[in-house]
Design a protein around this ligand. Structure first.
Ligand SMILES: [Zn+2]
Length: 303
């Protein structure tokens, strides 16, 4: 039995014990994110209708989470992936924020900050509960583990590679609706930029306080910077940090956007200057030291 403690559990009868579609999963390995094409506060009424594909979860407009199926039981929102995919639908304001049949090929809005917060808490719990690594799936191929989105398993006229691609030839088919772009480009972009870094950050320590609101200063994402300190990818936030370290410590670090060893050493010096020692001065930014470094320069975003 796996029920998300911070959600509202509204079991759909046919997936509950004794129901016609109550089938155990062989072991959940993947989290798959969807957009619901819905303005409804809940999907419970529609998903309760027999014959309707049903997801495990729904994240509503305000980030509140409803659960319809125990995650040890298979959902029916992912076709060939149902055996080991946990499926998460999300409110998108269809008919209000956007028209389901407009001229724009991709009208789905991005997840709001409240929805992101709800998603991140939920996905972090799923990763812990089902031992799923907080990494991005590369395709709908079976036997993989991680966090992905519906389009990965859909055929259509999508880019041949990259995050907006559709199903690869040897991947599982996750929908028969050819060309269905679920969950939309904006949300697909947010999985790598916000959801996964947020989950990584949540799984690695206590929640980080947000930056001071109302300021016009640029934002630096703590989660991204933390990841970078270990993964060496270029992000603009690191350039702001390098400039600030040069100023505060009188250094001449190369402002290259990479959290490279000299930057990490300089950051450790900054941490020691603020009174941290030992493991707390390891050169990996934390909320307090990054916020102090940003004073008058940048704000720190928790996601
Ligand atoms: Zn979908």
């Amino acid at each position: 039995m796996a029920v998300y403690p911070q959600g509202e559990f509204r079991p759909v009868r046919r997936y509950a014990p004794g129901g016609a579609l109550h089938r155990e999963s062989s072991g959940q390995r993947r989290v798959v994110l969807h957009t619901a094409v819905s303005n409804e506060p809940s999907l419970f009424p529609s998903m309760s209708v027999p014959g309707t594909a049903t997801s495990h979860f729904y994240v509503d407009r305000g980030g509140r989470v409803e659960q319809y199926i125990d995650t040890d039981i298979r959902s029916t929102a992912n076709l060939e992936g149902n055996h080991d995919c946990i499926t998460v639908e999300s409110w998108d304001g269809a008919g209000v924020l956007w028209n389901p049949d407009p001229p724009s090929p991709d009208p789905v809005p991005r997840w709001s900050d409240n929805q992101l917060a709800g998603l991140i808490d939920l996905v972090a719990w799923l990763c812990t509960t089902h031992q799923i690594p907080a990494v991005r799936l590369r395709s709908s191929r079976g036997g993989t583990k991680g966090i992905g989105w519906h389009r990965m398993g859909i055929n259509g006229n999508f880019p041949a590679s990259g995050i907006f691609a559709g199903r690869v030839p040897d991947g599982e088919l996750w929908s028969e609706a050819r060309g269905k772009g679920c969950p939309g480009d904006a949300r697909i972009r947010q999985v790598g930029r916000s959801v996964i870094p947020g989950v990584v950050s949540e799984l690695s320590g206590p929640p980080v306080p947000a930056g001071r609101p109302g300021s016009a200063l640029p934002l630096v994402s703590l989660a991204n910077v933390e990841q970078q300190a270990q993964a060496m990818r270029v992000l603009p936030g690191v350039k702001l940090i390098q400039k600030a370290l040069n100023k505060e410590l009188g250094l001449s670090l190369r402002v290259n956007g990479l959290f490279d060893p000299p930057t990490k050493d300089a950051y450790a010096r900054w941490q020691r200057r603020l009174g941290f020692a030992g493991d707390d001065a390891d050169g990996v930014p934390g909320s307090l030291t990054l916020t102090r470094l940003g004073q008058g320069r940048f704000r720190v975003a928790a996601d």
